[in-house]
Design a protein around this ligand. Sequence first.
Ligand SMILES: C[S@@+](CC[C@H](N)C(=O)[O-])C[C@H]1O[C@@H](n2cnc3c(N)ncnc32)[C@H](O)[C@@H]1O
Length: 364
Amino acid sequence: MIADALSRRIARRIRAEGPLSVAAYMAMALYDPEGGYYSRRNPIGAQGDFITAPEISQVFGDLIGLWCAVVWDQLGRSDPVVLAELGPGRGVLMNDLLRAAATVPDFRHALRLYLIETSAVLRADQEARLAQFDPTWVPRLEDLPEGPLLLVANEFLDALPIRQFVRRGVYWSERLVTLSGEDSFTFVEAPPSPVSALLAPEVLRLSAEEGAVIEICPVALALAAALGARFSRQPGAALFVDYGYFPSAPGDRLRGLSRHRAVPALEAPGTADLSAHVDFAAFAETARACGAETHGPLAQGRFLAGLGARERAATLRARATTSQRRAIDRGVERLLDPGDMGTLFKAIALTSPGPAPPGFESGQ
Ligand SMILES: C[S@@+](CC[C@H](N)C(=O)[O-])C[C@H]1O[C@@H](n2cnc3c(N)ncnc32)[C@H](O)[C@@H]1O
């Protein structure tokens, strides 16, 4: 039996409209105002489904706070400057970032904090944690005030809905989600189409093998385009940290995650996180085509180590208890681990024309 109200709504829509794109299915599973994954609960932390870098170690937010202060200086020390975060989760990254930014009082004084968050549950956490910084919530990037901008986002792009296409001869077929009997969902392919072929990244269009899956994330590309256009007109920098790949490559990377374990992507929509890896090459190319400069992507471990992660940890250790010291070491090593988060996660910066931001001076 299709268990809950969200599954029944998705099933009704499929009966009325036919199979849904993976993106339409993901959008309902993640963002449906009543049953969507991000609408139901706080998914982050040991008790949730996944843990993120700022929740692992405060060093992450400390370093990004200093990164923002240095970039603000590089951009000309504008006052005011918009500081925005996409998908702030429980507000932990921003809280650490602002504490570190307070060491540069002129920056702290100049910044105006804006948050973009879809989840009412997480927004309530942000309100509680960040009240002293007087944040303003806006629905979309386009709603931010004009002017110099610093933007940060950790594990935001991977949550955006993707579309999938399968190579079939000289064309591509879109992978869709349909009903399997009455009570579950399954993938099906639309007829191969020359139009679908145009959506595949150019480099893969002809080189991918028969049956290869490629993924595009229209919302992420629209975001890159909007930031590119903005940074061609006014000063700014955006730092994205996420798991993903570079260069573009085929692969079915849609994943379900529940209680820190992988689950089938189409099982019980709304109850498990759904995410995909970020195509950093497509993201960067789009931003550049619209006028931004791009820096990276760099492996997270290299980026954070270059910003002084170990030195920052040593400073924290100096005034910590023995058990706190162990936690500080474990946290930082987990962020830097080349066999895990240190490589899987990558940092990329989009900027207005100017010098490379801290950590990106030596290129990729
Ligand atoms: C994986 S969590 C990461 C949270 C936080 N950045 C961290 O590192 O702990 C994704 C965040 O993005 C938010 N989010 C996802 N899609 C969004 C969208 N389309 N617009 C705004 N926020 C979104 C989620 O509610 C959540 O806060």
